[in-house]
Design a protein around this ligand. Sequence first.
Ligand code: GDP
Length: 362
Amino acid sequence: TIADARAAASKDNLRSPICCILGHVDTGKTKLLDKIRQTNVQEGEAGGITQQIGATYFPVEALEKKTAVVNADNAFKFKIPGLLIIDTPGHESFTNLRSRGSSLCNIAILVVDIMHGLEPQTLESMRLLRDRKTPFIVALNKIDRLYGWKQIANNGFRESLAMQNKGVQNEFADRLEKTKIAFAEQGFNSEVFYENKSMARNVSLVPTSAHTGEGIPDMLKLITQLTQERMAGQLMYISEVECTVLEVKVIEGLGTTIDVVLTNGRLKEGDRIVLCGTEGPIATNIRALLTPAEMKELRVKSAYVHNKEVKAALGVKITANGLENAIAGSRLLLVKEDDDEEELMDDVMSDLENLLSKISTS
Ligand code: GDP
């Protein structure tokens, strides 16, 4: 069982946490993600960042390079192997990434426009995060819009703030204070990250700009720190498969495919799997495990690379027969040799009611 596998796992064998980006429309969720993905060639920033299906993987080397400007003395140690960020920001993927009421999204970045404060979908995101007990940090985005802001690309926030004239610093202090009050009204204690003494008690606010890249090194360091401090127990790599269907898509030449996030364990070509369908449970065999081809692999005719086996955490596209009625948000179970397939089918379908009520309300 998953509990046995968890007990056997070691704390030194952490898997990559899965991070979702939430927030009101136009706060800069997509821009922030684009900015994090961008590699800085001049500074010799490692690639190693890989585009997956529905997610982007940042290996620890990339995180170390991207946070170097705020970790010059290397005082902060990275223990996670990497970070998987879900590509589609917003409620949809967050709510789909769940299994039996618990979220498979381990941590989240809630993006707030510093010029607008908390907006309706911000409040909705906060409710979701609270319900699912998902630890999160807040990116107070668009600091470059503070009147008179002087930018230094990709700088640490505190260093940039120190360079601003008094007027900018005052406007920032004022907006920060208003944000903290608005969070308090929602029942959250919050603190700007460099004054936050307890990430367990207070939500960290990290000012960012998706345009200038300022504050992004702080944001990546904080999300790592939050994971390592709050979640080590939940992030041990286990061999038991935990997997959720994010999207069901018809692809020319491939038929109906499912995009899944494998949050634990491994999947192999040929594996027998069980998932929810609108016409009853689906049991099928994995035909192919696909990830996007890199640009440089020019000889590859298809847009995808076939993988014999994949290991958590990652996003992957699965092709198989009989996926036409698959439901986004469904758990995907692996049928092992000694497993009773019928039992697993009942098990996976026990989620159906939840899934369908969600479909009908969205
Ligand atoms: P999303 O709806 O939350 O994904 O927001 P987008 O990433 O699409 O951004 C919405 C708009 O805000 C776009 O016009 C962006 O260029 C702009 N924007 C996003 N981040 C920043 C920022 O840090 N500074 C400024 N000045 N504009 C931003």
